[in-house]
Ligand binder design. Sequence first.
Ligand SMILES: *Cc1c(COP(=O)(O)O)cnc(C)c1O
Length: 368
Amino acid sequence: MSQSPSLAFEVTERPDRLAEAERNVILANPGFGQKFSDHMALAVWRKGEGWGDARITAYGPLQLEPSAAVLHYAQEIFEGMKAYKHADGSVWTFRPEANAARFARSAHRLALPAMEEEDFLESLRALVKTDLDWVPDSTTGEASLYLRPFMFASEAFLGVRPAAEVTYCLIASPAGSYFSGGLKPVSLWISEHYSRAGIGGTGAAKCGGNYAASLAAQIEAGEHGCDQSVFLDSVEQKYIEELGGMNVFLVYKDGRIVTPELTGSILEGVTRSSILELAKELDLTPEERRISLEEWRTGAESGEITEAFACGTAAVVTPVGRLVWTDGEVRTGPEGEGGEVATKIRESLLDIQTGRAEDTRGWLTRLV
Ligand SMILES: *Cc1c(COP(=O)(O)O)cnc(C)c1O
């Protein structure tokens, strides 16, 4: 069982909260990651002292020395979660212990200090309670308050070693439907020049550096008329790994849904694991194994593979319409809208998260 938090986030409310009318304009059409709630959580870790200085304060610019290690050596990790306001006004989040555990694993890989699960959860509770009015009503659509915890080397020091001062921060951003106007399939470009991660690297950690490494491929995707890149394994350039920020599933005609097995260079998504668990109840057979690019191409051509989708907290489930490479492309899902299976999985997850369906697995944790 979880312990009680050792950090108390002391709340200093800002006197100049955004006026209700203005906030409601934002909540009516929040977009994604553009607007932020009134406050943020902060805590500072110092070598020899541990975590302290935990507080909720006005959202605003951070003071950082130009020599802060994160700006030079990218010692940084983050998480992505959502808070949902249910019909009775209570606010819940989805499997936060999985995010806390991943945050701890990422911290270990990036030589950052561990944060106790209970302290991580306490920061979520404290911020969401302070900015409760910023949590959109999740009872009908899929609106939520996106939560972004992150941790970075804030020590002002240019030597290369794990920082002796680290800052933890949590910000919150109202999020509407990722797809305004219905599910729109994305097209994927197969990156042959760039890898996202390699064996022994940081692929399994949620760190900003992985995202920086994925951006050149993203540009390449755009140049080929695609929305995103899908990365192959860095050794043989043969097996599917994932997108820059989402895991991937293929749907087979016989009801199997297959996702690449975790290799150490793939990020273990909470959405991915939840879909694997939900599959049986939706009459699907989950499978984790290596998938070659060739299998995807030929399966999509023959009709053996009927759909493909990407998944992650931000967009939940995103159908994939086309798979494109240097000298060819194949359709890998229905045109115009998402396939049946992707839509069914998406709805099931959202129904649990937003409180429209019963949470039989104890996946939800109440924040407020
Ligand atoms: C965050 C992330 C995902 C999705 O993880 P969720 O826990 O489902 O949000 C997938 N791939 C990468 C590289 C990620 O950073």
